[in-house]
Each structure stands twice: as structure tokens, then as C-alpha cells.
Design a protein around this ligand. Structure first.
Ligand code: SF4
Length: 377
């Protein structure tokens, strides 16, 4: 088994660009923790594999809002229910404003051995515009605390391509992370998602939209700078020093099975079945009071499995593996895929590395568009 994802659906305040599932009211937090533990105990039929758990990931939302005893009690239920690998990777997503020395040490005491810090930027005017709950001083201080505590498996999230971020500010953000020796960086382009405050502002003409050319230039700047610092871009938005890739996210991208607990969390059986919990805290809590897990499920068609493989693999450094396609989808599909790739190879957006098809530097700017051209309809 690959891993367990725990979704913590609470945040201090709503970031203007965010469309994840979360609530800014903590009123139901205790009931949620009970429901979550109940869900973990009840889950028994989705993945029957007896393999031990390799990774546990607390995501959200804002998992760093949990108390120590809440995290401890969730981990205890998982330990009772599953066999955990001795070298399990346990990641907690944290926001800079929740970090202090004693908390980090206590997290480590519980077995949390990887932190993913939501810095996003060190530019205060941009953080305010994003409605983040922290400022640059909080981030700088939290990085010091984490490094001093001895957490070596550590990732920072950055956002590029916002209207307020200049190229030189982005470069400064990246340089700082490199100088501090942080071994993993996730860099995402700002997107304007429906039903977010940012989307609303732009529709009402109260805010400036995204400039795609500037965003593309900042993507290339990020990629080139991080590569020059020795970070490997092992996934289109994720960069790591040698041996420091996220095991948990790598498992998703390798199609391994995982279980997701909490509202909106997804599970995958590693073959063709996907489940997702309802994205509503109250329904989740109330259904679990009745010992029912509120989820929906689908069995993926061959076309869906192929398209997902193409989409995810193109984003990875390893690219699309022709041998995998042959083994899992047959020779006819492989021949047709290779022929669809030809145009992109000729215009230098794709390249062949042995039997793997990967994006070139320029091709990475068009990853989603290229993937959709390769899809099975
Ligand atoms: S803290 Fe994270 S999950 Fe919460 S609103 Fe902000 S971006 Fe979204």
C-alpha cells in the first residue's frame, strides 16, 4: 500500500485564490476529529492489500491547527488499524503562523518527520493580497525554527505568476530557499478558480487578472534557477535535492493505492476504482455518527485510466513509459500514441529518452494541452 491521506478541513481565514475544501469556523473541530477516527476504524473494504503503510500525509485545509493530542489520537487509530512501515514518511502541512519551537519538537516526538510549509511568497504586499494569515517575518522565523529543530525533510510551497510579483521578487524568494538549504520546493502557478474571492474580484473588475505571458516567463525563470541550484524537477511543480522527493506524492504519480480520510479526500485502489468523500463537514460528521462513510465511487474506464496515466506521466521527469503503455493498454494504443507524439517531437515540445516520452523545457509550458492531444476519446 502506498499511503494514507488525512484531510483537515479547517483554516484560520480564506486565502483569496483557494478552492480547496475547508471551513473557517472551528466550531465542529472536536466532532470532526471523532468522525475522522470513526471513518479510519470503519474503513475495511476498499484496499484489501496487507502491505504496510509507507506514507501518512496530513493535508488540508490547515493541519497545523490541530492540537498535539488530536494528531496523536489520529495516529493512534491508524496504528491500531494498519501495519506501519518502520521508515514511514509522515508529513504535516503547516502554515508559518502556527510554527513555534515547542510545537515543532512535539510534532517530531509524535513521529512527524516531514513538514510542508505554506510560505507562498516573502513579499508582504502579495501575502496581504492573497489574504494569507501570515507575513514574511512569520515565514523567515518559522524556517529558522524548523531548521534549528533538526527537521531535514522539509518542503516549502511557493506561488508564481501573480500580478503583484515581479521577476526579481520571485528570484529573491527562490534564492532565499536555496540559501537556507531547504531540500524540496513545490512551485505552483497562481490560477483563478471559480467561486474564489479572486475570481469574484476579477469579474467585478476590482482586481487585475493573470498575465499568461508573465506567468510563462516566471515558470521558466523558476525552473532554470532551481535547476542551476541543483534541484531536480521531478514533477512539473515539484523540485527536490537528491533523495529528497516526496514519497507520498510520488506514490500518487506512480499509480500506487492510497486511502484518503476526511471530507473531500480521495482514495484509489491502485487498479481502477476511485472513491471520494463528500466535501461537506456537517454531512461528513452526521453520517459518521451513524457509522456510515459518505462517499461516491467510480470504476475508471480504460480510456480514463489511459488519459490519467498520460496526464500524470507527462508531468513527471520519467515521462510516458512506452513499455508500460504496451503492457497495460496494448500494442494498438501504443502505436497510436507514438504517432500522436510525432508532431510534438518535431516541434521540440516532446523528446524521446530511450523508451520514455518526456516534455522538453519549452514543452513544459504546454503540458496540459499536449496531454489532452494524446488522450483517448
Ligand atoms: S491556508 Fe491553504 S487550504 Fe487554507 S485557505 Fe489558504 S490556501 Fe486554502
Amino acid at each position: 500500500m502506498a499511503g494514507i491521506y488525512i484531510h483537515i478541513p479547517f483554516c484560520k481565514q480564506a486565502c483569496s485564490y483557494c478552492n480547496f475544501h475547508f471551513s473557517t469556523s472551528m466550531k465542529n473541530k472536536s466532532d470532526f476529529i471523532l468522525a475522522l477516527k470513526n471513518e479510519i476504524s470503519l474503513q475495511n473494504d476498499f484496499i484489501s492489500s496487507p502491505e504496510p503503510i509507507e506514507t501518512i500525509y496530513f493535508g488540508g485545509g490547515t493541519p497545523s491547527l490541530l492540537t498535539l493530542s488530536e494528531i496523536d489520537s489520529i495516529l493512534s487509530v491508524i496504528q491500531k488499524k494498519y501495519t506501519i512501515n518502520t521508515d514511514v514518511e509522515i508529513t504535516l502541512e503547516a502554515n508559518p503562523d502556527d510554527i513555534n519551537t515547542s510545537t515543532v519538537k512535539e510534532w517530531m516526538g509524535l513521529g512527524i518527520n516531514r513538514l510542508s510549509l505554506g510560505v507562498q511568497s516573502f513579499v508582504d504586499k502579495e501575502l496581504a493580497w492573497m489574504n494569507r494569515a501570515h507575513n514574511s517575518q512569520d515565514s523567515l522565523k518559522s524556517i529558522d525554527i524548523i531548521l534549528e529543530a533538526g527537521i531535514t525533510n522539509f518542503s516549502v510551497d511557493l506561488i508564481f505568476g501573480s500580478p503583484l510579483l515581479s521577476d526579481s521578487e520571485l528570484e529573491k524568494n527562490i534564492r532565499y530557499i536555496n540559501e537556507r538549504g531547504i531540500p524540496h520546493i513545490s512551485c505552483y502557478a497562481l490560477t483563478i478558480e471559480p467561486k474564489t474571492a479572486l475570481h469574484h474580484f476579477i469579474q467585478q473588475k476590482k482586481g487585475v487578472g493573470i498575465d499568461p505571458e508573465k506567468q510563462a516567463a516566471q515558470f521558466l525563470l523558476t525552473m532554470d534557477l532551481l535547476n542551476s541550484f541543483g534541484y531536480e524537477q521531478y514533477e512539473i511543480s515539484n523540485y527536490s535535492k537528491a533523495g529528497m522527493r516526496s514519497k507520498h506524492n510520488s506514490s500518487y504519480w506512480q499509480g500506487k493505492p492510497y486511502l484518503g480520510f476526511g471530507p473531500s479526500a480521495h482514495s484509489f485502489d491502485g487498479k481502477d476504482k476511485r472513491r471520494w468523500n463528500i466535501a461537506n463537514n456537517m454531512t461528513y460528521i452526521n453520517e459518521l455518527k451513524k457509522h456510515k462513510i459518505p462517499f461516491e465511487e467510480e470504476v475508471l474506464t480504460t480510456a480514463q485510466r489511459f488519459n490519467e496515466y498520460v496526464m500524470i506521466s507527462l508531468r513527471r521527469i520519467e515521462g510516458i513509459d512506452e513499455d508500460f503503455v504496451l503492457k497495460n493498454f496494448g500494442s494498438e494504443r501504443l502505436t497510436s500514441l507514438v504517432s500522436s507524439c510525432e508532431t510534438f517531437i518535431n516541434n521540440k515540445r516532446l523528446e524521446l529518452k530511450g523508451s520514455n516520452i518526456t516534455l522538453t523545457r519549452e514543452g513544459k509550458l504546454f503540458a496540459d494541452g499536449i496531454a489532452s492531444e494524446l488522450f483517448l476519446q
